[in-house]
Design a protein around this ligand. Structure first.
Ligand code: SF4
Length: 342
């Protein structure tokens, strides 16, 4: 069944998450690290939005701010809860947050760290159902069996412990736990990057099957574009706390408008070795959000930078319908997408 439409399940509006920088014995606040700085995007019902950038760009902070594992400094995170209607997660009280969190879940990168080794699969997957008073006893076992089957594991494993399972199987257990309360939305924080390459595709396929079956929406956080290419309907690219480009996946991969996206696309592995020669290596390091460069944050690494770039920060602008880019020269540059590299 196709559950997807363009109604948003989540709207991130001008989200800011800053951390204070303190110094001296009195821990006086001398500045702020702008880990997430005025970021807006939305995730439609039943769709996947990829959020991509190098490590330290703020994408994981966005994931935690959306779940309110971290308190945002400013902005709103509107979640369209199936029971409560629209709720601003950033300002919700504890009781509302508790209810809303049944319908939004997070799956982390490391399935080894996410599972308590002393709990059986029945306890791990059944815990959310038990804690919320939804099922116990035989009913709980029946629901956990069903969840194990959904993620491709045998219900016979219910009384085993996580150490008996491989990385890929553990990530399936984590996904089963995330599904226990029938959520509407899941933040997937690099869900496959700790797994063997051969297992990554299977895990992505499982996530896509579950999405089709239950109409789930995903925010898929990844450090490279290759992972999100086939898994996302649209992609948002982050650099030093800000969105620099956002578009439908096909459009972004074939017609990038921001030089940083071009550089990331250039590093996507392709099967043909001759493509390697056409690549533009991305030099330099990601700047610290505690001390970002002036103007466009990408200017020290950008092969197209001009004098204005060090002086003025380019706003995120809609250059084509649904295609946003924050570069002074997006309408002039002809950048290379994946088709041009092949
Ligand atoms: Fe490069 Fe200038 Fe565009 Fe920034 S604004 S991405 S430095 S061309």
């Amino acid at each position: 069944m196709d559950h997807s439409n363009q109604e948003p399940i989540l709207e991130v509006q001008h989200l800011k998450t800053y951390y204070p920088i303190t110094s001296g014995l009195m821990r006086r606040v001398t500045g702020h690290v702008k880990a997430v700085d005025d970021v807006s995007f939305s995730v439609p019902v039943g769709r996947t939005v990829g959020l991509v950038g190098e490590s330290g760009c703020g994408k994981t902070t966005i994931g935690h701010s959306i779940m309110r594992g971290i308190q945002p400094t400013d902005g709103a995170v509107i979640f369209h809860d199936k029971e409560l209607g629209p709720v601003d997660i950033a300002s919700a009280d504890r009781a509302t947050l508790y209810r809303v969190r049944r319908n939004m879940q997070m799956v982390f990168q490391d399935p080894y760290a996410s599972l308590n080794p002393r709990m059986s699969l029945l306890e791990l997957i059944g815990e959310p159902l038990l804690v919320n008073g939804i099922a116990r006893g035989a009913e709980l076992e029946a629901r956990v069996s069903e969840l194990l089957r959904l993620v491709g594991l045998s219900p016979d494993y219910m009384h085993r412990f996580p150490h008996a399972f491989s990385g890929g199987q553990r990530q399936r257990i984590v996904i089963a736990r995330a599904l226990a309360l029938n959520p509407q939305f899941i933040v997937l924080d690099e869900p496959t990057s700790a797994l063997d390459v051969s297992i990554q595709a299977q895990t992505l396929n499982l996530l896509q099957d579950l999405q089709a079956q239950f109409g789930l929406a995903y925010l898929f956080i990844a450090h490279n574009l290759a992972v999100v290419e086939h898994a996302s309907d649209s992609v948002a690219v982050m650099y030093v706390g800000k969105l620099v480009e956002q578009a439908e996946t096909e459009e972004l991969f074939h017609h990038p408008l921001h030089p940083y996206t071009e550089a990331l696309l250039s590093s996507v592995p392709r099967p043909d070795p001759t493509i390697q020669k056409k690549r533009v290596p991305l030099g330099g390091e990601v700047p610290s959000p505690a001390n970002p460069p002036s103007g466009c944050y990408f200017h020290p690494r950008c092969p197209y930078a001009k004098e204005i770039c060090a002086r003025e920060a380019p706003p995120l602008h809609e250059h084509k319908p649904g295609h946003f880019s924050a570069c002074h020269f997006s309408s002039e540059l002809t950048l290379r997408g994946v088709g041009d590299l092949e």
